[in-house]
Design a protein around this ligand. Structure first.
Ligand code: DX5
Ligand code: ZN
Length: 216
């Protein structure tokens, strides 16, 4: 299990300190939520902030773009230091082309699905995807409640990946807690994103271990 803490719930005025604390706590991934106020009703940060973070951290930058028509900005996010770029299926008219752009830019390609979007939407793209993100809340804000039907969706996606003989990772994002971490990993989740259930409970080393223990 990989835990990818969502910086959306971190202290934005002290990002360098937060990033260093994650590294000291043994984390290897960090989840960066980019919001444009159009695809989702909230605005966060973009490439310049990610570039500034990149200069202070060696963590794997897992960039979740909640923006319309993300193909316009793939080069900017890759140049800023994104290791993985995840775009929403619902935000791309030509999703296959955007995934190819991500690879071309030197980052790992991933696609996110809103709660109501069936895994079927990415079936034919699976062999070229490093990861699929299943949103388990309607994106835009941290601290929301997990939507229960998303557990079945993880199982459906896992079966689809196995049938295709692909090694695509499954990530889940939204309402992940110590209480549901285990059933999620048992259902096939490889990467848990956690915002509020992680950052609101320092010290981070202990919280990281608590998530690992919860999945055993
Ligand atoms: C929501 C974001 C999430 C968010 C998760 O739109 O994509 O990454 O930070 O926060 P929690 O874990 O608090 O639900
Ligand atoms: Zn996210």
């Amino acid at each position: 299990m990989i835990l990818s803490p969502s910086m959306l719930s971190s202290d934005f005025a002290n990002m360098e300190t937060e990033l260093k604390a994650l590294e000291a706590a043994g984390l290897s991934w960090v989840h960066l939520d980019v919001m444009d106020g159009m695809f989702v009703p909230n605005i966060t940060f973009g490439p310049p902030i990610i570039k500034a973070m990149r200069a202070k951290s060696k963590l794997f930058f897992d960039c979740h773009l909640m923006i319309n028509d993300p193909g316009r900005y793939i080069g900017d996010f890759a140049d800023a230091g994104a290791d993985l770029i995840c775009v929403h299926a619902e935000a791309c008219t030509h999703l296959e082309r955007v995934c190819a752009q991500i690879v071309e830019a030197g980052a790992k390609p991933a696609v996110a699905l809103n709660p109501h979007t069936p895994p079927e939407a990415i079936r034919y793209l699976l062999p070229q995807l490093y990861m699929v993100l299943i949103m388990s809340v309607n994106p835009g804000f941290g601290g929301q409640k997990f939507i229960p039907f998303c557990l079945d969706k993880v199982r459906d996606l896992k079966a689809m990946i196995d049938r295709a003989g692909a090694d695509t990772l499954i990530q889940i994002d939204g309402g992940v807690t110590l209480d549901n971490a285990r059933e999620l990993t048992e259902a096939g989740v490889d990467v848990l994103v956690s915002g509020s259930a992680f950052f609101k409970h320092p010290p981070y080393g202990e919280r990281h271990k608590a998530f690992q223990d919860a999945c055993k």
